[in-house]
Design a protein around this ligand. Structure first.
Ligand SMILES: Cc1ncc(COP(=O)(O)O)c(C=O)c1O
Length: 381
């Protein structure tokens, strides 16, 4: 039985051209910190990737720092702004990724910051008026609100958030891990102080990403050691990973319009068909609304089955989807994002279908047929 992979918000398959680029770089074993020719040639490769990424998002090369992925990038933005930039309060929501939620909880429990959580409604929307009210008073603040949610796909109004942050002199960190490479993101049109990216969400390798840090922000390294990354992130660079990230980023940007068109069609198709098979389905957050959510993410709220094991039943049929985010898959607590949408969610099972350019209509049909079979053989609660 072939396996259908519809869990691309958890991770994406490596693009063959990214793999080729990484294999090419494996031949170049230089340490970018070495000053001899062997080291310099590795350094050139790393700097080329930095320059290309910076140019694409309207940043300066010196504002891009390579990290071990999205989690480290988010941690760097949060911990460094508290330690080095006098931030005393972080405003966020309960539906951020754990890479944001947990550092904020950690610092708040230690008394280092005040954590303020914006309310989200049953669709996962924030209220800008509530944000403005909070920003009007209070200590030096970092606002940490993601560009697009990894579980329900919702967009936050990042331009409006950024404008408010400027008006009230707050810093703005946006976790752009699910959006970078899928949608145009530019630090000139919207003023961000920190942005984050993870290569494995855009058909690149795992364990590599970057953080954008606006050049006027003087932070110190989170990871201490050598002077790599202009003294901002110690540790010998993951040169193969960085070149893989560079290629994945370039391919994502070049193919963005076409990939969006293709994946959006698939999402529209699943939305329409799944409602014919199980008319009681709903969609979590804004994921059922094309203009309000990531085209890659559809989180379907299925009425609960007797055995409550829908994702397991799908897995048996060779369909890889997620019941929460990948980071929650080993947890018995369910998804913190779905829970935050209100008590009504307890009667539904989330099935997050997340798509990539490698999915076809045949993949969608395999998923839909599996749902049909499961629902036809089960008696609902
Ligand atoms: C929104 C968001 N932020 C951060 C991360 C963490 O990225 P990484 O897996 O590269 O550490 C993820 C990964 O699932 C994510 O979806």
């Amino acid at each position: 039985m072939s396996v259908i992979f519809l869990d691309n918000a958890a991770t994406t398959p490596l693009e063959p051209r990214v793999k080729e680029e990484m294999i090419r770089m494996m031949e170049n074993f230089g340490n970018p910190s070495s000053t001899h020719l062997n080291g310099r040639s590795a350094k050139v490769e790393v700097e080329l990737v930095r320059k290309r990424i910076a140019k694409t998002i309207g940043a300066l090369p010196g504002e891009i720092f390579f990290t071990s992925g999205g989690t480290e990038a988010d941690n760097m933005a949060l911990f460094c702004s508290v330690r080095d930039l006098d931030v005393k309060r972080i405003i966020t929501t309960p539906i951020e990724h754990h890479a944001v939620v947990h550092p904020v909880e950690f610092m708040s429990e230690r008394g280092e910051i005040e954590a303020a959580y914006l309310k989200v409604n049953e669709y996962g929307d924030i209220d800008l008026e509530e944000l403005e009210l909070l920003l009007k008073e209070g200590p030096k603040t970092l606002v940490s609100l993601m560009f697009a949610n990894n579980e329900i796909g919702n967009f936050n109004p990042v331009k409006d958030i950024s404008d408010l942050c400027q008006q009230y002199d707050a810093l703005f960190h946006s976790d752009t891990v699910q959006a970078m490479g899928h949608l145009p993101i530019n630090v000139i049109d919207t003023k961000y102080d920190f942005l984050t990216c993870s290569a494995h969400k855009i058909h690149g390798p795992k364990g590599v990403g970057f953080v954008y840090v606006r050049s006027n922000l003087k932070i110190k390294p989170l990871i201490q050691g050598g002077a790599q990354e202009r003294n901002m992130r110690a540790g010998t660079e993951n040169t193969i990973g960085i070149c893989g990230l560079g290629k994945a980023f370039e391919l994502a940007i070049d193919g963005m319009a076409e990939d969006q068109r293709k994946v959006e069609e698939l999402k529209k198709y699943i939305i329409k068909e799944v409602q014919l098979i199980v008319p009681e389905v709903k969609f979590f957050g804004r994921s059922g609304e094309l203009d309000k959510s990531l085209y890659t993410v559809l989180n379907i709220a299925f009425p609960k089955l007797n055995n409550e094991m829908l994702t397991f039943a799908l897995d048996i049929k060779g369909i890889n989807v997620s019941g929460g985010s990948a980071c929650n898959s080993g947890s018995s607590h369910g998804s913190h994002v779905i829970r935050a949408l209100g008590s009504w969610t307890a009667n539904y099972q989330p099935v997050r279908v997340s798509m990539s350019k490698f999915n076809t209509k045949a993949c969608a049909d395999r998923f839909l047929n599996a749902v049909r079979e499961i629902y036809n053989t089960q008696v609902e609660c």
